[in-house]
Write a protein that binds this ligand. Structure first.
Ligand SMILES: Nc1ncnc2c1ncn2[C@@H]1O[C@H](COP(=O)(O)OP(=O)(O)O)[C@@H](O)[C@H]1O
Ligand SMILES: [Mg+2]
Length: 288
């Protein structure tokens, strides 16, 4: 474990963020902070405004009202400048360069951090050899970190779905962010892949990167997050520690609905986990 002091500094501070599209207010006066060393979750039903809120944080949208600061500085209203400032993201719908290799996709993610830029990385212009080598080393390190190193030369489009999601994370990390925003990172994943993603997010946090994650999978969020905020119809309904939010009646009514009555307790969870572990150990041979 890290030996950080107990004082958390605010990495992200979104204050009174409102986003209107014509007559529709998709996000209404939302305040949210993320501190260093934190994993914060953002949940809410479909259409609640989660992705729109992310887009306001990353310069894709300019909020109608409100301010967003990163480490005390107001963010510039352009995605590449936000990335340069230190915020990286993944997308709800995977956005990879399908016909580039896995390694090339990560190299693209590095271009905001190398003054030589994107084209030298891709075209391998002469005179940039050293920077290129450093970039490749770093990109390979990130592929090892995310478990994709063996597939560095595969085309992104040939990766199974779960690995494409991982690659998006590796690419986001390539910009050396201080804050990582993940938009539904486990969408479409099986329980094993979800579990692996959980481990990956913990490992990212342990590297000193703060994480803000949107998710539908309630169990994933509750396991993972130090703090959870709930968006409903564009407004922040509740915010607090995972256990508190999970037990809040308003959240149960607005978000979880009736299925929550059947939600697994500790014993059932243990059973499911044991079954998953067993399934994992019996399929491990094929996976390698
Ligand atoms: N670019 C846009 N133009 C108009 N309406 C939008 C746009 N983006 C999102 N919305 C609307 O804003 C609301 C919130 O959407 P979204 O942020 O995608 O929700 P979530 O990610 O929580 O499912 C929805 O009603 C959606 O239709
Ligand atoms: Mg969304």
């Amino acid at each position: 474990m890290t030996t950080t002091t107990t004082t958390t500094t605010t990495v992200l501070d979104a204050s009174g963020v409102t986003m209107r599209f014509g007559g529709l207010t998709a996000v209404r006066s939302v305040d949210l902070t993320v501190g260093s060393g934190e994993i914060v979750g953002l949940i809410g039903p479909n259409g609640a405004g989660k992705t729109t809120f992310f887009n306001c944080l990353t310069g894709l949208y300019i909020p109608t009202e409100g301010t967003v600061t990163y480490k005390g500085t107001v963010l510039p209203p352009k995605p590449h400048l936000v990335t340069q400032a230190g915020i990286a993201r993944t997308f709800q719908n995977i956005r990879l360069f399908a016909n580039m290799t896995v390694l090339e996709n990560v190299l693209v993610g590095r271009h905001t951090r190398t003054k030589e830029g994107l084209w030298s990385a891709l075209l391998r212009l002469p005179g940039f050899k050293k920077a290129e080598e450093e970039s490749r080393d770093r990109a390979m390190e990130l592929l090892e970190f995310t478990g994709l190193a063996a597939k560095a030369d595969h085309l992104a489009r040939n990766l199974p779905y779960g690995e494409q999601r991982k690659l998006e994370i590796a690419r986001a990390l390539a910009s050396e962010p201080g804050l990582l925003l993940l938009d539904e990172p486990t969408a479409g994943m099986n329980p094993q892949e979800t579990r692996a993603t959980e481990e990956l997010v913990f490992a990212i946090r342990d590297k000193g990167i703060a994480v803000l994650v949107i998710e539908h999978d309630i169990r994933f969020i509750m396991n993972l997050c130090d703090r959870v905020a709930v968006l409903v119809q564009g407004e922040k309904l509740v915010e607090g520690p995972a256990e508190v939010v999970q037990a809040d009646e308003r959240v149960i009514a607005a978000y979880l609905g009736t299925p929550f009555e059947g939600a697994p307790g500790k014993e059932e969870l243990a059973e499911v986990e044991a079954a998953e572990a067993e399934a994992h150990s019996t399929t491990e041979g094929d996976a390698k």
